[in-house]
Design a protein around this ligand. Structure first.
Ligand code: ZN
Length: 338
């Protein structure tokens, strides 16, 4: 049976074994902790090696939205390579399969959007599958990061992998959570080296998983949108090979900055369109692509007594979606950074 079926049938814990130099334990369903075991070092080399030793902490999550299948397949591929000893593990690693009940149904979520609930925001939603999971994931991340081996590690990074619902003028992009401290230069370099097309810097805190790990645990975090996904088994993983390779390099602690694509485009969020009324309207076609440029003065959305007009330079739209629940984001307006 393949790993995906084992994961979906909750049999993976008792089936997957790792080489002796990887210490593994499942913390809750769909959450696997992997630690590199200290290897005995011959005396002659011990000094040089210990100087080079640099164990950081890495969290990679996928399937926070259950219908975003390609990231789940990519994570399973990494897992399989680690288990077969084909990928060395340099860092403490937490792999998270986010929303298994939604994955089984092929749905984004069962009750409410899990990626709006982090940082305690699950309290604003009626109890359900996703509120339970948000509570569980917050607790498990806290438990993982509170272990002595991890407290001693220098850096924490979190990559939360997603695929977009709609088409996009930039197929692969990262969303960096709002943070008051500086963004780590080597993290931005890794994003550049991963050959994604664009990065977007948020201007406000939010309920996403990557905001949570950045805000509460000072992790270098991002939501990584890797393209459009098809149902399980229909994804062409070759389309995501740049991401897979960048993740492998990060896990193995061996990334080098080399970029094959044109220069990375940078944007910042300038305004969020929040749906607060039943009469909310978004005045663009349903299939408008992410990063579409809109004309200055155009009224992109309206509701009750509020209207959003495009003001230069905030003229790019991201994640437009009129069908979100009241109180949630129906789109972001972006300005390009030069
Ligand atoms: Zn998603």
């Amino acid at each position: 049976m393949d790993l995906l079926n084992l994961l979906l049938e909750n049999k993976i814990e008792n089936t997957l074994y790792f080489p002796p130099n990887i210490k593994s334990s499942w913390l809750v369903e769909g959450v696997l902790q992997l630690f590199p075991e200290e290897q005995p070092v011959p005396e002659k080399q011990s000094q040089t090696l210990s100087q080079e030793k640099n164990t950081d902490t890495l969290i990679i999550s996928a399937g926070i939205h259950g219908n975003e299948t390609a990231p789940v397949e990519i994570l399973l591929q990494l897992l399989s390579q680690l288990a077969q000893g084909n990928l060395p593990l340099q860092h403490n690693l937490l792999l998270i399969f986010g929303n298994l009940p939604a994955m089984r149904e092929g749905l984004r979520y069962l009750d409410n959007d899990l990626n709006r609930m982090f940082g305690g925001r699950y309290k604003n939603f009626p109890a359900g599958n996703e509120t339970r999971r948000a509570i569980e994931l917050e607790a498990v991340v806290h438990q993982f990061l509170s272990q002595p081996a991890i407290m001693a590690s220098e850096r924490r990074r979190h990559l939360d992998l997603h695929t977009a619902i709609r088409g996009s003028c930039h197929e692969q992009f990262a969303l960096l959570p709002y943070q008051t401290r500086e963004y780590a230069a080597d993290f931005l370099q890794w994003l550049e080296a991963s050959d994604i097309d664009a990065v977007v810097f948020h201007n406000a805190v939010g309920g996403t998983f990557s905001h949570f790990t950045s805000e509460y645990f000072n992790a270098d975090s991002c939501t990584l949108e890797i393209g459009k996904a098809l149902p399980f088994g229909q994804n062409d993983l070759a389309r995501f090979s740049n991401i897979t390779e960048a993740l492998r390099n990060l896990v193995a602690g061996s990334f080098i900055v080399k970029r094959n694509k044109p220069a990375l485009k940078c944007y910042r969020v300038v305004d969020a369109i929040i749906k607060q009324h039943d009469n909310f309207r978004l005045n663009i076609p349903e299939d408008t692509k992410n990063f579409t440029v809109l004309a200055e003065g155009f009224e992109i959305a309206s509701q009750h007594n509020h209207s959003w007009k495009i003001a230069s330079p905030a003229n790019f739209i991201l994640f437009p979606n009129a069908h979100v629940a009241i109180g949630l984001r129906a789109g972001l307006l972006l300005a390009q950074l030069t």
